[in-house]
Structures are given as C-alpha cells and as structure tokens.
Design a protein around this ligand. Structure first.
Ligand code: HEM
Length: 137
C-alpha cells in the first residue's frame, strides 16, 4: 500500500482555507482578484488619462476607444470582484485594532464604490453622446 507522509496530508477544510478568506486572512482568490483588478484599473486609467496629451482628435478618439474595449472585456470580471468582496466580508488581521479595521473597511468600500460608479457612468457617457459601445470596432 502507498505510504502517505502525515505532514503532507491536507484536509479539505485546510485546502479550502488557502483559497478562500478566513476570519483573519485573505485567501488566494482574493489576492489574485486584487492584483488583477489593480492591473486592469491602472491600465484603464492610464489609457484614458493619457488621451489628453495626444495631438489629434482622431488619435484621442482611438485611445478612448481602446479604453472602452478593455473596459467592456473586463466589465463582468470587475462586477464579480465587487460581489466577491461583499460576499466574503473583510478579514480582520491579527493584532489589528478596532479603529484600523474600521478605517481599512471604509477605505476598501470607498474604492469599490468608486469602481462601481465608473462602471455605471462610463457606458452612460458613451450613450449620452449618441454612440454605441463597440469592442475594437
Ligand atoms: C474601472 C473602470 C474604469 C476606469 C478606472 C476608468 C477610468 C477613466 C479615466 C481616468 C478617464 C479619463 C477622464 C478624464 O481625464 O477626463 C475615463 C474616461 C472615459 N471612460 Fe472610463 N473608466 C472605467 C470604465 C469605463 C467604462 C466601462 C466605459 C464605457 C464602456 C468607459 C468609458 C469612458 C469614456 C467614453 C471616457 C471619455 C470621457 C470623456 O469624453 O471625457 N470607462 N475613464
């Protein structure tokens, strides 16, 4: 019979804890979502913000069009990201004071709210200009 090293044996509960948040720590799913979101938001911000330094209107339009295409592709993911945090709550790290935890929760919630506002107002800006939302159109 195959001998299994006791130290290597992980229960389903332990594996679960590594992926999902636990009351005092963020799990791998949250960590991955966090960094993917950071990359997407910074990319979107950089592309849109740098449109203003381009010389011609056509170049600016192309830049915003790239911004919209990436935003649309990431759209569902970003909403899922918000939903995941609402569902998972906010782990309280070891030794974190009440005040620190409340401030961290508030800052986190405000960032997610800002992202939700951008996701709602972005399409409205396009539609209110009488345009359709196109992905690499
Ligand atoms: C988290 C997601 C998003 C971020 C971080 C973001 C960020 C930005 C930023 C920084 C600007 C430049 C604002 C300025 O300097 O005037 C901008 C402009 C713009 N964004 Fe987004 N955006 C997001 C989502 C979206 C979505 C989903 C759409 C539409 C589908 C969209 C459409 C636009 C348009 C059309 C503009 C140009 C507005 C104008 O004409 O001044 N954005 N965005």
């Amino acid at each position: 019979m195959l001998a299994i090293d006791e130290n290597l044996r992980l229960t389903a509960w332990e594996i679960d804890l590594q992926f999902k948040d636990n009351p005092s720590n963020y799990g791998w799913i949250s960590i991955l979502l966090h960094w993917l979101t950071a990359c997407i938001v910074l990319t979107l911000w950089f592309i849109a913000d740098s449109a203003s330094i381009l010389d011609t209107q056509q170049e600016q339009r192309q830049q915003i069009s790239l911004h919209i295409s990436i935003a649309v592709i990431a759209y569902l993911f970003l909403w899922l990201r918000i939903g995941w945090r609402i569902k998972s709550g906010h782990p309280r790290l070891d030794n974190q004071s009440d005040l620190d935890h409340k401030v961290a929760k508030l800052a986190h919630a405000l960032l997610l709210l800002a992202m939700a506002v951008l996701l709602l107002t972005g399409p409205l800006v396009v539609w209110s200009g009488g345009h359709e939302i196109e992905v690499f159109g």
